[in-house]
Write a protein that binds this ligand. Sequence first.
Ligand code: UD1
Ligand code: CA
Length: 455
Amino acid sequence: MTLHVIILAAGQGTRMRSSLPNVLHPLGGKALLAHVIDTARQLEPASIHVVYGHGGAQVRQALAHEPVDWVEQKEQLGTGHAVDQVMPLLPDKGSVLVLYGDVPMIGARTLAPMLEQVRAGALSILSAKVADPHGYGRIVRATHGGLAAIVEQKDATPEQLRIDEINTGFVAAPVSRLRHWLANLGNDNAQGEYYLTDIVSMAVADRVPVHSVTAPDSEEILGVNDRVQLAQLERLYQRRQAERLMRAGVTLADPGRFDVRGELVAGSDTFIDVNTVFEGRVQLGGGVRIGPNCCLKNAVLGDGVEVLAHSVIDGARVGAACRIGPFARIRPETELAGRVHIGNFVEVKKSRVGDGSKVNHLSYIGDTQMGAGVNVGAGTITCNYDGANKHLTQIGDDVFIGSDTQLVAPVSVGDGATIGAGTTVTRDVPAAKLTLSRSPQKTVEGWQRPVKQPK
Ligand code: UD1
Ligand code: CA
């Protein structure tokens, strides 16, 4: 039986107090709704429909690349009404699974048994036992234990309010049955809404079996209605990322001070110190050491790389056994070969640095092709920008560049060249020779330091 997923995302979400629609707020760097879409895709459905309303244009635009169909719910008349917007688009054969765009941590493994129940012709709901059921719809069971109805908080009797089994909101049903039930929903209730939950008592009346699956943990069913819940969920999400990595052989100095806003893979015996943020896709080899307070974004680091405290690496490939930092900044389109050293207060942009080369102190290397075994002295700057265009600097192998050298690009330095400290290089430097530009040093005889005049 083909599966169709409906994701509800039309709610107002006013408690977020944000100009950004609820479902676009990020969890682990990815929109809440995108998490739900990813989970839906794991179930390999024939279609995914997202019901949008409030802030709809913004949601559609932000997630335009997602393989989903968008259905507008012009007025938010309730969850049943929201699902009903999609029904005309679904074939009678098949089943529907309803997810919420603001409940991002639901797992495909939790949903799978619900789909099995629906395949057997039942209506299936995901329930949970919670310590504080306030606000949720309560699961009302008949004396024989079977589901009888779901009663919303605002419609419940004092007795029903004591029930601690709640409706998570996730429902799966055969399309044909659901179509019929939704067509017969009323809104005669405390909120004047068309409740999706009313299909439970309808199914019971139609003698359609109603089954429940109990959520294995409460994290998966947590929704995001305000920023407090968002922050709580973020920590839970990060804890999961941390545990996944630790199980894969990564040591984290403190799993509570670690953030992955994207995808991080790491080899074994890699160590990550506190407060590092990983964004986009980051791949770390084995035996890598990341010091405290680093930011790594869209980067690939080879085995045994050491990144010292307070370094930023963005859009770069770093070869094995390189040592970077502390306080280094590696910018996009940089490629460091093996055993390269980039030291403190060094910025490297759109450059290739060859095997074993060292740029250890206070330098800017931009738009540069550097060979192997090069030593760049402190304070060396590639002057790559003339105010209008960027130009290339080429440095051969085994070059020694003295401190405080400026290389005014475009310029090239031959293999084995030595450049004296303080040189401003404006023409190509020949290989294997000493090149320097320096005004002669002089000493002024008889010169006296000024002394402060008495007032
Ligand atoms: C709903 C359930 C309740 C359950 C709770 C779990 C109903 C009637 N109640 O209640 O039993 O315990 O979820 O969180 O279903 N939405 C729309 N269009 C609408 C209304 C809602 O798209 O017209 C979307 C919201 O964006 C949200 C989801 O549906 O993603 C749930 O809506 P919400 O208002 O939070 O439902 P609750 O009243 O909390
Ligand atoms: Ca809710």
